[in-house]
Design a protein around this ligand. Sequence first.
Ligand code: SDX
Length: 393
Amino acid sequence: TTGYITLDDGYSNTGSCQSDVTFIDGEKGILRYRGYPIEQIAQNSSFIEAAYLVIFGKLCNQQERDDFADLLSENAPLHQSMLKHFDGYGSNGQPMAILSAMVNSLTAYDPQVMHPEDENDLVYAAASLISKVRTIAAASHKTTIGEPIIYPRKDLKYVENFLHMMFSTPYSEYEPTPEVVRALNMFLVLHADHEQNCSTSTVRMVASSKANMFASASAGISALWGRLHGGANVAVIEMLQKIHDEGVDPSVFMNEVKDKESGRKLMGFGHRVYKNFDPRATILKDAAFDMLEKMNIEDPLLDVALKLEEVALQDDYFVERKLYPNVDFYSGIILRAIGIPLDMFTVMFAIGRMPGWIANWKEVHEDPKARIYRPRQVYQGEVDKLWVPRDQR
Ligand code: SDX
């Protein structure tokens, strides 16, 4: 029940390791952060409280929460000269590319992160990364839409400050509704960690060479970008939008998905571990309904998603392969209702996953027995070849 799979040192080529952070039971659709069921955390915790739990392994009391929140506020601004980097991207910058580059560049302004000496250094680095990833994300959005970068405010909480930096302008202050704040907190909580997924394994791999926390998180951002992983939340909306705009019958679309030749996948469906409902998808689906109703928003893409899910759950192709909605199938509906642009969807996933990456980096960093990960391979190439001079080739 401790949720780890024993194996030899570090990473072997089956890609497993020992960890205390997150437990998943794919058959039963169970997800727990540090032993607490995701349903209880999503219902009761803000993202900052969930981040504290994932990183430090305990529910924070009021003083610990206030101290952590203060540290995040203090570390929200970027170094003034770092803002100049954004000018180089202009409107062509892909927010995920900017995020990965800028997170890595943070070490230029926080050299002590390179060689953390004690727990205080680690807490500072974690708080700085969780706080600044939000500032960088909002700044990358402003850069791509050609608006001035908006500075964080000291008086705002984590999610409110992010929304301020995303949607305020020098001429107007953005005031989020309670529904938007609650929905975005829940979205980030549900993405906070997820065992040894592709990007978290990447973070552990990079951490095992003794690379610093920021460099490891930057690698995690790059791995998350792929359409089969964090990039799926963009691919889901593109799929739903295409079906809606072209008036494609969901059953016809499903037949294309089942035709292997088409190469189509039902984005937002399937999971390597969950062979039952992804508990996050269940929570996000309910939250999407709740939010649209409270905000009096009609999103036709939700209707398309519901129809696709209905068809899939009755189709042997999906049932036999145990393909169910995953975290990405409904999350985009919530981001759309908040007003987050599509090119920022995977960035939102990265902001949410930052605590999990930090917790996993810390596990490798603090493990006295940790060795550099060095998966092996099955060599399938030619052997014993003889080199020949160029005029004889
Ligand atoms: C995330 O690992 C994590 O925890 C990730 C994540 C996290 O929080 O970090 O949960 C976040 O990445 C969620 C997944 C987002 N990706 C997508 O929604 C993309 C669509 N899904 C698929 O690409 C796929 O389901 C994966 C990538 C999620 C899982 O890949 P697997 O485990 O390698 O699945 P598979 O390819 O072995 O599938 C088994 C069968 C195959 O058919 P057969 O060869 O047996 O005939 O199911 C089919 C697959 O072709 N299949 C799908 C499908 N997913 C699997 N067919 C159609 N549509 C799909 N989505």
